[in-house]
Design a protein around this ligand. Structure first.
Ligand code: NI
Length: 138
């Protein structure tokens, strides 16, 4: 099996906050990330696709096509956005890095060949990284 990846970067603001919890509980859970004015990150997202090289092209997937999907489905919706916007990429989910990874998967997978998407890796910062292998993975 071959794994091919594309990396994109976007900048976005967010605030970790669960409206179902009170102010004190939110502060206890999320600490500084619950600050009322929010804060921003330069996110780095890696998307890995898997497969065998096509006999004609020699490619698992044309990275130009993958880039077009990522530009349209992720960057256009997330770059210079507030990730907490209900109409945004996360659709109102709490803007943890876990949920960013899930949202990227859900945005990208339908536009790739079935089963091609292998992993979404999101770097929220240099040291905070989340990997998601999809809803069907064990
Ligand atoms: Ni943050």
């Amino acid at each position: 099996m071959l794994y091919v990846s594309k990396r994109i970067r976007f900048s976005a603001s967010h605030r970790l906050h669960n409206p179902l919890l009170g102010a004190d509980e939110n502060r206890r859970l999320f600490g500084e990330c619950n600050h009322i004015h929010g804060h921003g990150h330069n996110y780095e997202v890696e998307v890995l696709v898997k497969g065998q090289p096509d006999s004609t092209t020699g490619m698992v997937m044309n990275l130009r096509e993958l880039k077009e999907v990522l530009d349209r489905e992720v960057l256009a919706r997330a770059d210079y956005s507030c990730l907490d916007a209900p109409e945004g990429l996360l659709g109102g989910r709490i803007s943890t890095t876990e949920n960013v990874a899930i949202a990227v998967w859900e945005a990208v997978a339908p536009h790739l060949p079935v089963g091609a998407l292998h992993l979404v890796r999101v770097h929220e910062s240099e040291n905070n990284i989340v990997e998601y292998t999809g809803p069907d993975a064990i």
